[in-house]
Design a protein. Sequence first.
Length: 443
Amino acid sequence: MIPIPGAVFHRVLDKELPLARRSQGAWIEASDGKRYLDASGGAVVVNVGHGREEIAQAVYEQLRALSYVHPTMFATSAVEDLAAALRAHAPGGMDRFYFMSSGSEAVETAIKLARQIQIARANPDRQVLISRWKSYHGLTMGALAAAGRTSFRQPFYPLLRDAVHIPPPYCLRCSYGLAFPACRLRCALALDETIQNLGPTAVSAFIAETVGGASIAVCPPPEGYWPLIREICDRHRVLLIMDEVMCGMGRTGQWFAAEHYNTVPDILVLGKGLSGGTLALSAVATTTALMEEVRANGGNFVHGGTFSHNGIACAAGLAAVKILEREQLVERAARLGSRIGERLHEALADSPHVGDIRGIGMMWGVEFVRDRGTLTPFPRSAKVAEKLWQTLFEQGVLLYKSVGLAGTDGDGLIISPPFVITENEIELVIEKLRTVLRGALNA
C-alpha cells in the first residue's frame, strides 16, 4: 500500500489526492495544471459558482469590522441581516433562523428544538423520532441515528439511540411492491401506521429530506406525498422537520424544495449552498409562534455552539443570497436543470444498464443496474459507481457517488453543478458520462 504523504489525516486513506489550487465558475484547477469540471458542486454544495469575489469581499469586510463574539453575549448585524434575507424567501410564515456550521449540527439542532417544543407543550413522553430508510442527515451521533444509510450507521450502531425508520418514497423500488398512483401513497401512510403502533403520544417529530439526496441518487417524492405527510403529522400532533441541507437554497429550481409540494414544515434545515459553498454555515428555520412556546416554558433554547450564529460565515451567506437574487440563479437552476434532465434522457435512456433517470431543478441522479428488465442491481462488491466516478475524474469531470440504493447493493451518480454552468459545459458532462458508461459497462 502507498504510504500516506504529509501530516493530514485525510478521509480518503487508500489513495493520494491531487492538490487543488484555484477554482472559478464551474471549474477547479489542480497544482499540476489539470482542470476539472465540477458537475457535482462538490458534495452538492456549490450553487453560485466558484471564486465569487463578492463573497470574499463580504467576509473580508466582516473580519475587519468584527471577528468573533459569543452568540449569548452579542447580536451581530451580519447574522440579523442574513435571517431577514432568508425570511423574505422562506415558505409560509417561517421567520426565525438559528445558524450553525455543518448540516449535521443543524439536524441535531432541529431534533433538539422539536423535543423542547413538545416539552413546552407539556408532552414530555413525546421522545421518539421517526425518519426514513435511504436518507442522509449527517454523521454526528444524533443525525446518524436519524439517517437511513446502512453503511454509515453499521460501525456505530451500538452507540446510537436510534430513530424509528419507515420506507422512503422510492417508486422504482417500492418497499410494498406497489405502483403509483394505485398505491395510494402507501409509503406516506406508513407514517400514520408507525405513529399509532408506537403510541399516539410517544412521537416527537418526523424528519425527512424534502427530496431524497445522497443515499438514493436524487429521488423526488410522488405527487401528494408531502401534503399527506403534513396531514398525518398534524393529526397526531407530531412536528414535521424537512431536511433541505442538500436540496435547499435554489438547488431544485425554487428557493426551498418544500415550495414544489405546497407543504410548510414546522422546522426546516438548511446548509451546503447557504454560503454559496464557501464557509461552513447551516441553519434551522422555524416560526415565531413555536419559539414563543419554548420561551414561555423556560426562557431559553437549551442548545448552542462556540461558532453558532457566526458573523463571518453569515456575511458569506448574505452575499450568496444577494447573488442568487441579483443574477436570478434560482430561476436559472430551474431552466438549465430541465435541460440537464432532457439531455440525460436523450443520451442514456436506451442503455441496458440505466435503471432510472430522475431529478428536479439542478439536481439529477442516474441509477445503474445489472439487468434493466428486473432492476437487479450490481453487487456492491463490484463498486460500479466508484469505477465510473474514477474514470470520469481522470477525464476531468466531477460527479457525486450514491451507493447502497437497493438494500446494501446498488449504484448511482449525481449531477448537481453550480447554477452558473453553461449549456456547452452541460453537453461536455453528458458526453463524457455517456462515453464512460459505454466503455465501462458496454452500455
